[in-house]
Design a protein around this ligand. Structure first.
Ligand code: MEV
Length: 344
């Protein structure tokens, strides 16, 4: 597949002789990462409480990096194309965090011949929906640059680069998005350590995009201010979140999906009074429960973005997805808790 990085929306921005024509299927200088949802524990995880994330393998961000023919230094040209069912968005303005990531990796490069790079990215899922787009894009770019600049970064080295970008993007990031966008399936982050939780019974998570942009940075800051203004509220929030995440993990291990669904509802009830749930997301949650979901909640930073719902069968997931589509969801993803290839 050939990809012409010139933008049809901004003719003349890039002189035609300088248009990078990239092969997205090239084995070289390519990176890729997937999105994620948080099942339990968002926001509390920023303060060290446990949280559970699930990767979304069909939400993929791909990056290609190449030496820039424009000269100069740093990130010279950038193109990001993200798709949802309703719209394709194209931007040629890189986020400062991505430019900083590029500068960071260029400084480490032994091969000083490459001082300026172009990056083209394509994402199958929209940014700003609590699906881990910033971490997935940073990871895809870091992997592509790792090859281009011959850095030989280990997975831990890539993790550090992505986490630095995440801290710049969100102000203070727990690291769960950094981990979850680079590992398959379910993941628990607890006091800085990750593990794979036990799953007693297969289940499906339906993810519905409300179509409204959410800012994790704003949401995290909003909670921090709230906790400062109301002493004791932070501790109460963290204790409640930890208790229901731990209980949810036991339910998951025991295959008690009804109880796990209740913990999702409890998590939503904990986050909702904090002002993180928009009307559109609440409508999706109500619709999912009416369609027979075992539990439903907001996911990620909140202030827009996506709702998630738990179901016990693929058929129920289809029914919930159909209802959510009728209720205005812009995009739906269905993810089994355990993928067939990982089942023992
Ligand atoms: C974002 O996916 C989850 C938050 O808890 C932020 C973080 O953990 O960095 C809201």
């Amino acid at each position: 597949m050939e990809y012409d990085a010139s933008s049809p929306k901004s003719p003349g921005m890039i002189p035609s002789h300088d248009r990078p024509v990239l092969r997205l299927d090239s084995p070289l200088c390519r990176g890729q990462a997937h999105g994620k949802v948080i099942l339990l524990g968002e926001h509390a995880v920023v303060y060290g409480a446990p949280a559970v994330a699930l990767s979304v393998p069909d939400a993929i961000c791909r990056a290609v990096a190449l030496p820039s023919r424009l000269g100069g230094s740093g990130l010279m040209r950038f193109r990001f194309r993200s798709a949802s069912t309703s719209a394709v968005q194209v931007t040629e303005q890189a986020q400062p965090e991505l430019s900083a990531l590029v500068d960071d990796l260029l400084e480490r490069a032994a091969d000083r011949h490459v001082q300026a790079v172009d990056i083209v990215m394509r994402s199958s899922f929209p940014a700003g929906r609590g699906l881990g787009s910033s971490a997935a894009c940073a990871r895809a770019a870091a992997e592509a640059l790792n090859v281009l600049l011959d850095l030989s970064l280990s997975p831990a080295g890539i993790h550090d680069v992505v986490q630095r970008a995440e801290n710049r993007t969100h102000g203070r990031a727990s690291g769960i998005d950094t981990y979850a966008t680079g590992s398959p399936g379910l993941l628990v982050l607890d006091k800085g350590r990750t593990r794979t939780p036990a799953v007693g019974r297969q289940a499906w998570v339906v993810i519905a995009d409300s179509g409204t942009v959410s800012s994790t940075r704003q949401a995290v800051e909003m909670l921090r201010t709230r906790f400062v203004q109301a002493p004791g509220s932070r501790r109460a929030f963290l204790e409640a979140s930890e208790a229901l995440t731990v209980n949810g993990l036991h339910a998951l291990a025991e295959g008690d999906l009804n109880r796990l669904g209740m913990r999702l509802n409890d998590a939503h009830a904990l986050l909702q009074p904090l002002g993180l749930v928009t009307h559109a997301v609440q409508e999706l949650i109500d619709a999912a429960l009416a369609a027979g979901a075992l539990g439903a909640k907001m996911t990620g930073g909140g202030l827009g973005g996506c709702a998630i719902a738990l179901t016990d069968t693929a058929a129920r997931a289809d029914a919930v997805a159909a209802r959510l589509r009728r209720n205005g969801a812009e995009h739906i993803w269905r993810v089994p808790l355990v993928r067939e290839e990982h089942r023992s």
